[in-house]
Design a binder for this molecule. Sequence first.
Ligand SMILES: Cc1cc2nc3c(=O)[nH]c(=O)nc-3n(C[C@H](O)[C@H](O)[C@H](O)COP(=O)(O)O)c2cc1C
Length: 438
Amino acid sequence: MDELVEYLESRGELALVEREVDPRFELAAVAVALQKQSEDAVLFRKVGGTKFPVVANVYGSHRRLCAMIGAGERSFAERWLELTEGRQSNPAPFAPAAACEPHVECTLGDLPQITYHARDGAPYFTSAIYLAKDPDTGTPNLSFHRSMYVSDGELRVRLGSTHDLASYQARAEARGEPLEAALILGASPALFLAACASLPIDDSEIDLAGRIAGRPLEMRRCHSIDLEVPVDASIVVEGRFLPNVKRPEGPFGEFMGNYVEVGDNHVFEVTAVTHRPGAVFNALVCGSTDDLRPLEAVTAARVYRHLRNTVPGVLDVSCRPNVMITIVRIRKQYEGHGKHVILAALGSYLDYNKVVIVVDEDVDIYNLEDVMWAYLTRGRADTRAMILNDIPGFYRDPMKDHWGRLAIDATMPWGREAEFARKHVPGADSIDLSEYLA
Ligand SMILES: Cc1cc2nc3c(=O)[nH]c(=O)nc-3n(C[C@H](O)[C@H](O)[C@H](O)COP(=O)(O)O)c2cc1C
C-alpha cells in the first residue's frame, strides 16, 4: 500500500488532506464528496484516534484498474481473462515490495476505527481481505468480508455462503476446529485485485496475485498462526474463526445502497496484529465507486468469458452503475444477433444480470446515458425490450426483490446502418478551448 501511495502521487492522482479528520462519518464524507468531483485517490494524513494515515478512493477508477493489470489498449475483461486463466503475467506496473522489514506489533484498537454510515452498528474494516488455506488441500484463497470491530480480541464477520472462505470455515467446523486466517488491511493492488477474483476452489489466488504483480509474491510467516502472508501487506490481523459460535453483527450500510440489519454471524478471534513501519491503512466506502468499480470489472469479465465462448462479435461488457446490470457491446453480424447475445448473457451469471442491454460497437458502455440514447433512438421501445417474469435472482433474496429480468436489444435495425450512423461535429473532440475562451 505504501508503494501504491507513492505511485499515485507520482502520477498526480492523489489528493491530500492535511487537517485532522474524525473517523466517525467525516472521513467517509470527504471520500464520497471527492468521488463526485474526480477519480483521484485521497490520503488522509491525520485521522482522529490513530497514528496510521488512511488512503481511500484507490480503486474507484476503471482507467486506473486497467493500468493496474497492464491492459494497455485492451479491455479490462480481455486482459483479466489472460491473467486469471494463467496465460500471461503482468510486466509489473508497480515498484516491487520493500525487502522484508521487521514488522511492528500493535493492537486492533490502534488501527483507524472508521464508522462509515449513519446507522452502522460499530466501526468496520471494509477493505478486509481474508487470506486462508483450504483445510483439506492447503490451497490459499483471498476474499473480502466486511468486519465489525467489537474489541481488541474480537471481530464479527458475515461469511457469504457462496464464498470459498465460508466453505473452508464450515469444513473446519465440522471437525470441531477453528479456521486460522489472516486479515490484510492495506494490500498491494495485485493482492486486492486477486481477492476480487472467484477462481475455481483448487486454484491459488496468491499465484494469481503474483501474475498480476508480474512476479511471485514474497511471503513471510505469521507470528501466531500457521500461515504465510505477503511481505508488502501494510497491516495484518492474525486470528481464527471460532467453530459453532455466532454473535450479533450489524447493522451495516451494504454495497446495494441500503442497510443490512443485525444478524448472527461468525466470530474472528484476534491473536496478533502487525504492521510494516510507515504503514498506510486502506479505507473503502462500501457501495461507493471505490467498491463498485472493481466488483463491476471482475463481474463483467466473468460474463465476457461466457459470451466470448458462446456467440460471435462480442467486444466488451460493462456493469454500470452496478453489478445488477450487464451491458454488452457487439459488432452486429446478422439480424437477431443482439437477441442471441441477450440469451447467452442471461445464462452467464444467475446471481446478477437483472437487466441486460446489448448495444452496437459505437456506443459507450461505461456511460448509461449513451446506452439509453441507443435504446431511445435506434428502434422501437416495445419489440426490443423483453420482460421475463418470475426468474429467481440474487442468491439471498427471500422477499424475491431481485426476481425477474429485463432484456433490451438496443442495437440498430439490421441493414439500415447508414440511416442510424451517429452524426458528429468535426474537430469537437480535439479542439483546445483555451485558444478560444477569454
Ligand atoms: C471491494 C470489495 C469488497 C467486498 N466486500 C465483501 C463483503 O464484505 N462481503 C462479501 O460477502 N463479499 C464481498 N465482496 C465480494 C467477494 O468477497 C469477492 O468478490 C471475492 O471474490 C469472493 O472470493 P471467492 O469467490 O474466492 O470466495 C467484496 C468485493 C469487493 C471487490
